[in-house]
Design a protein around this ligand. Structure first.
Ligand code: CO
Length: 172
């Protein structure tokens, strides 16, 4: 009974909505629901705020054996970042840069460092933003994409609207 295909189908129904995903081809970052709305694609990176950038980079390089990049200053975002390449995604180590860095207050609350945001890829950041705003999500800043650490447009969504997790969207 528990393995009845009918029950499995019902359990997969996601509140009765159709789960059918329309493949757009491997070059596309995202899939589309049958409603036609663009949804998130791959996890681009996880970002971790760190109290000591050199120590954290060394730990990823030596203890974890990861491929660790050079520190990059991102004055527009008030951070210095080190990117770590993993086989399936990236880790972004964040350290405060400048007077009004968003990472300063984060590290005051989390002195040992901590998970700062997740970054999901989207095909069309304006479409994704407008759809998310329709659902009630708040976009941080002036609501317009900025150029992120990879030279691509990014937006941040309010953590209180995403289960306490700051979400970055990157158009790829
Ligand atoms: Co990021």
């Amino acid at each position: 009974m528990a393995n009845s295909p009918l029950i499995m189908e019902a359990n997969l129904g996601c509140g009765g909505a159709s789960l059918a995903l329309v493949a757009d081809g491997p070059h596309k970052a995202a899939t589309r629901l049958t409603s036609g709305k663009t949804m998130i694609g791959r996890l681009n990176h996880l970002a971790i705020a760190v109290p000591d950038l050199e120590a954290a980079a060394d730990q990823y390089r030596n203890a974890l054996g990861a491929k660790v990049g050079e520190p990059q200053d991102e004055p527009d975002h008030g951070v210095t970042v080190v990117f770590i390449e993993l086989p399936n995604t990236k880790i972004e180590l964040l350290y405060p840069l400048g007077e009004n860095s968003p990472i300063t207050s984060f590290l005051e609350k989390n002195p040992a460092g901590g998970m700062h945001h997740v970054c999901y890829e989207v095909d069309d950041i304006i479409h994704a933003r407008d759809h998310l705003v329709e659902t009630g999500a708040r976009v941080l800043g002036n609501g317009e994409p900025k150029i992120g650490a990879h030279g691509k447009p990014v937006l941040f969504l309010h953590p209180k609207d995403f289960n306490g997790c700051l979400v970055e969207l990157e158009q790829v």
